[in-house]
Write a protein that binds this ligand. Structure first.
Ligand SMILES: *Cc1c(COP(=O)(O)O)cnc(C)c1O
Length: 362
């Protein structure tokens, strides 16, 4: 078996253990004589998958019963609209902190639904290379919520300390770093993530919402766009993406087996030290435009001395078994995405590829 070193940003690498578990059960699962994809979402066998996935997620991220977890469709991008539609209904406004393309998209939708304010931005000349400092923020103490993107997948920055928003709950897009590190959930009112970066395959979006906020949600919405609909039916109002949910369950079992969020955070920190360390140790060859305090521990953006060398790096990387090295089209350069499933051994191989390449071409 030859598994490639997969550094794509999303959909992204899955733990091989989760794929193997699914492979074993693909034709015949849970004594049903069929796969999970082929059975009713009302069956007791599927119900077990559904509820285990929800409870494992709550356990791993550290949510108690003050929270409801929803398994929805439409990606994080649909949440950009559902969040303000559901929450921004009491005449107050919502704060948005802009740290990249995804937060800009979230704000665009919120503006359609209600009143918003930009409470901070790190945009400069069209790019976002850092996370704003607390004293740069202009927070509204009466805001319904404050929206934050915890990890900026495209620019490669991450909030290492979430902003202090006082009593205003943080609504957080954690699509690209959910369950990669410990978080203090008491700061948050809603956490959401498309699964395809750090949780599983595409097709399902996790939304965790505090029950007190759920109760205040707009009740005049289209059925499928209302959080209350999905909460009342345990995300089984209509057919959920059963196979995606099953796969998220396999990934969560793998993560729990590894020692949970605490263990994976250690690995992610070590991976970050290796990659940023290699960039720092070769300053005449590698550089990163990212503010050192804001560097993501999931997505790594860096440059080589010329665009030609970057092209060569991507091509030789592919020959050496590393894919997904090309930077996002809006940023250029190199970006690699090393999520939970990208093991430390793979990253060790990658940094030695980096060093060899620099030596040969520097
Ligand atoms: C990928 C990504 C999204 C978009 O997710 P979809 O599920 O494709 O809608 C939103 N926010 C962040 C931070 C992302 O990385």
């Amino acid at each position: 078996m030859t598994r490639i070193h997969n550094y794509y940003a999303g959909p992204a690498a899955l733990p091989v253990e989760a794929l193997e578990a699914a492979n074993k059960e693909l034709i015949e699962w849970a004594g049903t004589g069929m796969s999970v994809m082929e059975t009713s979402h009302r069956s007791k066998e599927y119900d077990e998958v559904h509820n285990t996935t929800i409870s494992l997620f709550k356990e791993l991220i550290g949510l108690n019963d003050d929270w409801t977890v929803l398994l929805l469709q439409g990606g994080a991008s649909t949440q950009f609209a559902m969040i303000p539609m559901n929450l921004l209904c009491d005449g107050r406004s919502a704060d948005y902190i802009l740290t990249g393309a995804w937060s800009q998209k979230a704000l665009k939708e919120a503006k359609i639904a209600g009143t918003t304010r930009v409470a901070g931005t790190s945009e400069k000349d069209g790019v976002f290379l850092r996370i704003p400092k607390q004293d740069e923020l202009d927070l509204d103490p009466n805001a319904t919520y404050c929206h934050v993107t915890s990890n900026n997948t495209i620019f490669g920055t991450q909030w290492h300390v979430f902003p202090d928003t006082g009593n205003v709950p943080i609504v957080c897009d954690m699509s690209s770093d959910i369950l990669s590190r410990k978080i203090d959930v008491s700061k948050f009112g809603l956490i959401y993530a498309g699964a395809q970066k750090n949780l599983g395959p595409s097709g399902v979006t996790l939304v965790a919402i505090r029950k007190d906020l759920l109760e205040k949600c707009n009740s005049g919405l289209y059925t499928m766009l209302s959080y209350k609909t999905h909460a009342d039916k345990n995300s089984l109002y209509n057919t959920p993406p059963t196979f995606s949910i099953y796969m998220v369950g396999q990934v969560l079992k793998w993560l729990k087996g590894k020692g949970g969020v605490e263990a994976i955070e250690k690995e992610n920190t070590e991976k970050a030290q290796m990659i940023y360390g290699t960039i720092k140790d070769n300053p005449s060859f590698f550089s990163t435009p990212i503010d050192p305090e804001s560097g993501s521990h999931m997505n790594y953006v860096f440059r080589l001395p010329s665009e030609d060398l970057e092209k060569q790096f991507v091509a030789e990387g592919k020959d050496a078994g590393f894919v997904g090295l090309k930077g996002h089209r809006s940023v250029g350069g190199i970006r690699i995405s090393a999520y939970n499933a990208n093991g430390i051994d793979s990253v060790r191989d990658f940094v030695s590829f980096m060093k060899n390449f620099a030596q040969k071409n520097g």
